[in-house]
Design a protein around this ligand. Structure first.
Ligand code: PLP
Length: 281
């Protein structure tokens, strides 16, 4: 399959990344993952909008604009024949001798993108089991940065406990997951962390908020206390790759009866109705 390298489309054996790339040295860059449903990218404008916002927040100027980026990624999806899958795109500050401060004039960002096709007839993901973990990340979690070490450590901690995702908390206040946003349901009301520097403003979260508005589903954008999540009636997470995923257990304690609840199921149906129509083959 083909890859995007800056403004060129190349074969995998033609991809060359410098050992001095600042993404490799410092995680000095930003990225996005865009889901492809039925051959079409879903919410590409929102994802690429966030990519350019993340780049701006780290004071990195990309060599071409959002529209051109979307067109290039659409071409990659088409050329690689992706039906169900995703596109990964990242931009680093470029390759230069290793000093922490920004490189001087003439160093340009390095953009790479690839596609991944999912296997046909893949079974739906199982409900998630969460393990709570301290959120030890920096204070700019609103930036979708390549620096993911704290997320990696939390996810590993969850996996070693037999769980699929970490439920991050700062001093007992739930923020989000290591690669997802988190939602609890209590007495018919959805609770989720407000958009701030403590979470990534998820694109799936935004679609969910839109669905809630359309359904007249009450939402409280207020942080949840970790000690309260075990008593929630329902719990779910959201991410580009999983959409809405019900949560059956947190720290070994069952949520509700362990099956997706009515609020979660209604939202999942509303979310699905927003996806591109599958292309008949
Ligand atoms: N929070 C974090 C830390 C993430 O890495 C992600 C995505 O991977 C999300 C939330 C969910 O965001 P989105 O719905 O845009 O994929």
């Amino acid at each position: 399959s083909m890859y995007l390298m800056n403004d060129r489309f190349v074969k995998d054996d033609e991809v060359t990344i410098s050992i001095e790339d600042r993404g490799y040295y410092f995680g000095d860059g930003v990225y996005e993952v865009i889901r492809v449903y039925g051959g079409a990218m879903f919410t590409a404008e929102e994802h690429i909008g966030r990519l350019y916002e993340s780049a701006e927040k780290i004071r990195m100027e990309l060599p071409y604009g959002e529209e051109e980026m979307i067109a290039k990624l659409a071409r990659l999806v088409a050329d690689n024949g992706v039906k169900e899958g995703h596109v990964y795109v990242q931009a680093t500050r470029g390759a230069a001798p290793r000093v922490h401060q920004f490189p001087g004039e003439g160093i340009t960002p390095v953009i790479t993108a690839y596609t991944k096709s999912y296997p046909d007839h893949a079974p739906a993901a199982e409900p998630a089991k969460l393990k709570s973990a301290a959120d030890i990340r920096w204070l700019r979690c609103d930036i979708k940065s390549l620096n993911l070490l704290a997320n990696v450590m939390a996810k590993q901690e969850a996996f070693e406990a037999g769980c699929t995702e970490a439920l991050l908390h700062r001093d007992g206040t739930v923020t989000e997951g290591s690669s997802s946003n988190m939602f609890g349901v209590k007495d018919g009301v959805i609770h989720t962390h407000p958009v701030s520097n403590f979470i990534l403003n998820g694109i799936t979260r935004r679609v969910i908020m839109q669905c809630c508005e359309e359904l007249g589903q009450p939402v409280k954008e207020e942080p949840m206390a970790l000690e309260d999540v075990y008593e929630m009636d329902e719990f779910f997470l959201s991410s580009t790759t999983n959409g809405i995923l019900p949560v059956s257990e947190i720290d070994g304690r069952k949520i509700g009866d362990g099956h997706p609840g009515p609020v979660t199921e209604r939202l999942m149906a509303a979310f699905e109705s927003k996806l591109p129509e599958p292309i008949a083959t």
